[in-house]
Design a protein around this ligand. Structure first.
Ligand code: PYC
Length: 339
């Protein structure tokens, strides 16, 4: 990609796409070299030394509230095809479903990776190994199905005071990140009854209160901890869908896609409550009505708790090439800002 001569500082060649409406920016050139034996170790190194890259590329003025992306690395195990660091407005997530669907679409269409077996990508994420199958027509990737890390219901019926709504109960479930799931209940009528801005304001406060009162730590990887996302449930738009959700992340974002790790977490919650069984499908709608198809692939355990291996399928569209400079010597907002 050409680098226009007047750009100074650190230059990042990015490819932009969206997964069912939510953005994905893959850094094709310019990502830092990271130390570590696993993608989880490398995530820690990035957070210590290079978080300015995430902030510069994700926050305004180069990004926006929903911006999300990834940086690709060689796999640590030669049996795998790629290792991925997720960079988001919310930090470096252990796993991101819409991010994976967008990243793989970009990586295959743009030749950033050459899988050992065409149609299959073995991807190392900080949260663990993710098995991906993709469909291609000519150059275009038409569908990506990821088989996620194990998902499990961590805690049930936690009481928390929500501004305006009063006391609500949430289940906290893990699907690559920890999600507080707010099901329809006496004090919450369903996401379609409230403005998105209202859900965002409540989510920020709710997340603070949940994390102040309760602790969530992944039993196999203590660097994965804390409830980072709030999943609001609601009525479906299309009667053929199973459920609808609005997932809050970062400080001001509602996922425009149905959220891959949120879908995984919710399937684990439904499985634990006997509403889904092995082999069942789960069509999840987003706030804008876009859909992912989930499936309970297998049953397993995590830290002695019943768990599932969920899969999530969706699509992404590549829409732009973006050469971005971050030059703190030239731009006071090189590292972004949040209002
Ligand atoms: O798709 O897993 C996901 C995700 C996490 C945050 C935003 N999207």
């Amino acid at each position: 990609m050409p680098v226009p001569g007047h750009l100074s500082g650190h230059i990042f060649s990015c490819i932009d796409a969206h997964t069912c409406g939510n953005p994905v920016r893959v850094v094709a050139i310019g990502g830092p070299e990271l130390e570590g034996e696993t993608m989880s170790d490398k995530r820690q190194h990035f957070l210590r030394e290079y978080d300015w890259i995430r902030k510069g590329l994700m926050f305004e003025p180069r990004g926006h509230d929903m911006m999300s992306g990834s940086i690709l690395y060689p796999p640590h195990d030669p049996a795998n095809d790629v290792a991925t660091l997720f960079i988001e407005t919310s930090g470096c997530l252990p796993m991101c479903g819409h991010g994976t669907i967008g990243t793989i679409t970009i990586a295959i269409e743009e030749g950033l990776i050459t899988p050992k077996t065409p149609g299959i990508v073995r991807m190392e994420a900080p949260a663990g190994l993710v098995h991906i199958e993709y469909k291609q027509e000519g150059r275009k990737v038409t569908a990506v199905k990821l088989t996620n890390v194990a998902a499990y219901l961590d805690s049930e019926g936690l009481a928390v005071e929500c501004p305006d709504l009063g006391e609500i109960t949430v289940d906290v479930s893990y699907g690559g990140n920890f999600y507080a799931i707010v099901d329809v209940q006496a004090n919450f009528k369903g996401l379609e009854n409230y403005a998105a801005d209202q859900l965002i304001a409540w989510s920020r406060e709710l997340r603070k209160r949940i994390n102040a009162k309760y602790t969530f730590v992944h039993p196999d990887n203590p660097t994965i901890n804390g409830c980072s996302h709030i999943l609001w449930a609601g009525a479906v738009i299309d009667p053929t869908s199973t459920a609808r959700n609005a997932v809050f992340y970062g400080d001001k974002a509602i996922d425009r896609s149905p959220c891959g790790t949120g879908t995984s977490a919710r399937m684990a919650q439904w499985f634990a409550k006997g509403k889904l069984k092995e082999g069942d499908s789960f069509i999840h709608e987003s706030i804008i009505g876009s859909k992912f198809t989930g499936k309970v692939e297998r049953v397993t355990t995590v830290g002695g708790k019943p768990a599932i291996i969920p899969s999530v399928e969706g699509w992404a569209k590549v829409y732009g090439y973006n050469t971005i400079s971050i030059d703190p010597a030239d731009d006071p907002y090189a590292h972004g800002f949040q209002v």
